[in-house]
Design a protein around this ligand. Sequence first.
Ligand code: DX5
Ligand code: ZN
Length: 218
Amino acid sequence: MVKIAPSILSADFAILGDQVRAVEEVGADLLHIDVMDGHFVPNITIGPLVVRALRLVSNMVFDVHLMIENPDRYINEFAAAGADIITVHIETCSHLHRTLQMIKQTGKKAGLAFNPATPPGSLDYVLPLLDLILVMTVNPGFGGQKFIQQMLPKIKQISQFLKEQKPDVLLEVDGGINKETACGVVKAGANVLVAGSAVFGAADPSAAVRALRQASCC
Ligand code: DX5
Ligand code: ZN
């Protein structure tokens, strides 16, 4: 079963609680929370304070995507704020094994993200620590960008690897996912679809989640 993870990056932050409740009520599986620091990516978004506030109004699985340098500094804070999955970018971790260990020590699930131009190396060595792999299908930093088709073979490659080595690891895709691109990534092996603008950019986010779920059943 493919999971749908609306990304709050495209939500209306003035009514964030209401928007989260709407996608929770329609049965979205995870809430994708994009944390950007203005260094690793050009944009600045939110920190643990907002995660903590949302934790009080939602029981969804919080899927926290850290697009920040020195993620080690903030892992404990995001864990305490209510993250369920903490994903770091391989490009930001000089001591990746240690960083993933830190996440696991908080009792949370650990994810590893790859930028579009980053090959999925290192997986052999850190797989025991991983609960989720995130393939970026746009360059991180902004919502509403176009899906990069060249990521399909990468998704296939990782999916095959996981089938053989650790099938319970989630394979998430993030960037440019909508009704048109959903089926292709699912066929390639993705089982968690992040969608920002396709959900919160729509007039009716609940209907958009349903439409995405339908498009992913292909
Ligand atoms: C981009 C973020 C995404 C973003 C996706 O850097 O990681 O989660 O919200 O937005 P869409 O779905 O609009 O491409
Ligand atoms: Zn994201």
